[in-house]
Ligand binder design. Structure first.
Ligand code: SF4
Length: 230
């Protein structure tokens, strides 16, 4: 597969930072959150409240640091070998010749989401959107994250090729979960994204997890009034 480093986009949007919520932008007049937050939401919505509404900062865990080291190494190797391309040209050219890109930015103002796809394979017959994760377990939260990338990509391109969402064990070629982005999956992820917007605009409450195991490993437990010890 050709390697394309996507460095430019044909479309530009009006972007402002949200005045009160760290990480939320207002794009084309609508709140827009990072797609990776769907992963946090699936773990515990209250983490988002503590980190992004209350502004609590905690040091990165060793797992996080290790994950981003691997990520950066792969990214640097890719950049040395890839050819620069615009997003639109890469999508169009892939209808004839397959290509792969890393760190592909996607944004969908209509749905209020944006983020970086770890790796995308654009082939003449299908698009495969891959998110790298530690371990081999497909959690609802990680599946939702990659589904939202699919939604954003579809919204940006209106491409009629089949889109697949995949999770890969970080640092390996092991795609341990793969799913076709069907209309049913699309409907379900839009519902989840709507819930996130409800949290951010204050119309829905941030619900803390009931799972004490999650609390035990949580970076915010020192600051959280809902911390469950057992
Ligand atoms: S301590 Fe528990 S309830 Fe509080 S933010 Fe962490 S996981 Fe959520």
């Amino acid at each position: 597969m050709q390697q394309k480093n996507i460095t430019e986009y044909g479309k530009e949007y009006e972007i402002k930072n949200h005045p009160d919520i760290k990480g939320v932008q207002i794009i084309e007049g609508k709140n827009n959150f990072p797609i990776s937050w769907l992963n946090k939401q699936g773990y515990c919505e209250y983490q988002i409240y503590l980190e992004n509404m209350k502004g609590i900062e905690t040091p990165a865990t060793p797992e996080m640091t290790h994950g981003s080291d691997i990520h950066n190494q792969l990214e640097n190797i890719f950049k040395q070998e890839a050819t620069p391309a615009t997003f639109e040209d890469a999508v169009e050219a892939s209808k004839e010749t397959a290509s792969m890109s890393r760190e592909c930015f996607v944004v969908a103002p209509e749905y209020g989401i944006r983020g970086f796809i770890d790796e995308i394979w654009m082939k003449p017959e299908e698009i495969v959107i891959i998110d790298d994760k530690p371990g081999r377990t497909p959690y609802q939260s990680t599946m939702n994250q990659v589904r939202a990338y699919c939604l954003a990509f579809k919204d940006m391109t209106h491409d009629d090729r089949q889109i697949k969402a995949a999770l890969r064990e970080r640092g390996t070629d092991n795609l341990f979960w793969i799913e076709i982005f069907t209309p049913e999956v699309e409907k379900q992820i839009k519902f989840t994204i709507d819930r996130m917007h409800g949290l951010l605009d204050g119309s829905k409450p941030f619900i803390p997890t009931k799972n004490p195991n999650k609390c035990r490993s949580c970076r915010y437990k020192r600051y959280c009034e809902h911390y469950k010890r057992k």
